[in-house]
Design a protein around this ligand. Structure first.
Ligand code: ZN
Length: 462
């Protein structure tokens, strides 16, 4: 296979921003040099040349929070690993970290193997977080298997007791001690279940259960309480925790308080908590904007953006969980609507347009949030999240001048709607390289199943 020369690029990675040419050899980054360095080889026809004419190259974007092929309430998400990964590739994403359901028998070897099988059709690379709902001596023992299986993190829930996801609070200290010992990072979906159960009861009794009541039934206070509770226990055990999809100003305030006490709390938020608010839940198609935690106030959007600007978040990921219109509109009870929205494909364009263009963050900080940090935190660095010589040639080529409306027609999720359909972004990925192969540029060029599982090492936080 001929080497590929990407010339006249503006490269952004952990070393900063510079103008250079990047040479790809098979799956790896072979060289990076100043413009003109490769002229001789160019003239001899040694490379396939792509002139980027000043466009950006980022290390491949990583969506650290996706749910492809998620089975929920008797149905399954519209995006499986094939369709979901096509949408991801179209959005400049080269790696996702998805989830593995908790195995009833605590056999993680089996659960991870089964999930790997389901992910085999992906066109981009992937890794997983293992969901853990229980803790006992056998599970304690089995958790060490995750390391050998190449997973760096587990996910805990402080809510959804009714469907069995919630891990009992009595188990937290011993679980955290074990995780510390074997260097596995705990993630938490933080919402206090008892408060939510009480509110559910209060609102249900009055039949106030449509979408617009979703934020009242699952308030920001529930998030803040759970962050505080779990943060304190983790702090006592002296292990870092990673809060997924932090949604509210109050939640962020709880994170700040823990950090002031020197607890090691890391936080992820999503484009929807930055850019959508609960006024969408009063629309006729409110169901399309329902996820958990719920959309908050415009004020929360503002405070979360401030948090992004002040480097209080380490990762922006999407919680991509795509159901189609028919699945979403089936009920208008917030207690029954399938929660989740599509997101991966619009992650980079939204954060660039709203974050970088509005001077809330620098382009380098954006690359940290969307690629470098998730790679480090979930043990994929430097193979992913960097442009170091000899590592995987995962590259996102980004044109800051392309304008696009985020309509369903322009996007690839099988959800066939976008919660951002009224948004026009400026700046869009135009080529996606995964391990040296151009997999997307206006159209899909990758074969089904060409993505692969990437083995994770320990989190940089541990
Ligand atoms: Zn999720």
């Amino acid at each position: 296979m001929k080497k590929i020369l990407l010339k006249n690029a503006k490269v952004v990675d952990d070393k900063g921003i510079r103008k250079s040419d990047i040479l790809i050899d098979d799956e790896k980054i072979a060289a990076e040099e100043k413009r003109g360095f490769f002229e001789e080889g160019e003239q001899k026809g040694e490379f396939k040349i792509i002139d980027l004419d000043g466009k950006y190259i980022f290390p491949g974007i990583i969506d650290a929070h996706t749910h492809y092929l998620l089975r929920s309430r008797g149905t399954v998400t519209a995006d499986d690993f094939y369709q979901g990964s096509i949408a991801a590739a179209a959005g400049g994403v080269t790696t996702v970290i998805d989830y593995v359901d908790f195995p009833e028998d605590g056999d993680f070897k089996r659960s991870v193997a089964a999930r790997k099988k389901e992910a085999e059709e992906s066109v981009i690379d992937y890794n997983f977080h293992q969901i853990v709902q229980e803790f006992n001596p056998e599970i304690s023992e089995n958790l060490a298997d995750l390391k050998e299986l190449g997973l760096a993190s587990i996910k805990l829930f402080t809510t959804y007791k009714d469907v069995g996801y919630m891990i009992d609070r009595k188990m937290w200290p011993d679980l955290f001690k074990r995780l510390k010992e074997i260097k596995i990072l705990p993630q938490v979906h933080a919402e206090d279940d008892s408060l939510i159960q009480d509110l559910k009861e209060v609102y249900s009794r009055r039949n106030l259960i449509e979408s617009r009541y979703h934020p009242a039934i699952r308030p920001a206070a529930a998030e803040a309480l759970a962050v505080k509770d779990m943060g304190e226990v983790a702090h006592e055990v002296d292990i870092p925790i990673y809060i997924v999809h932090l949604s509210s100003a109050e939640g962020l305030e709880a994170v700040r308080k823990l950090r002031a006490e020197k607890a090691q709390v890391y936080a992820e938020t999503t484009p929807h908590y930055l850019m959508l608010d609960n006024s969408y839940l009063k629309r006729e198609d409110a169901q399309l904007f329902l996820m958990t935690p719920p959309l908050r106030d415009k004020y929360d959007n503002q405070i979360l953006w401030q948090g992004i600007s002040q480097n209080e978040f380490q990762v922006v990921a999407t919680d991509h969980c795509a159901f189609n219109r028919e699945q979403k509109m089936k009920s208008n009870s917030s207690l029954e609507i399938l929660p989740g929205i599509p997101g991966t494909e619009s992650l980079l364009p939204l954060i660039y347009s709203s974050g970088v263009r509005n001077n809330r963050i620098t382009i380098r900080e954006m690359v940290e949030l969307l690629s470098i940090n998730p790679a480090k935190i979930f043990g994929l660095y430097p193979e992913k999240g960097s442009l170091e010589i000899g590592t995987d040639a995962d590259l996102t080529v980004f044109d800051p001048n392309v304008e696009k409306k985020l309509t369903a027609e322009n996007l690839h999720s099988a959800a066939e709607y976008s919660p951002y359909q009224d948004f026009t972004v400026k700046g869009y990925p135009v080529m996606t390289f995964r391990r040296g192969q151009l997999i997307f540029d206006n159209k899909l060029r990758a074969e089904k199943g060409s993505g692969k599982f990437i083995f994770a090492h320990s989190s940089s936080l541990l």
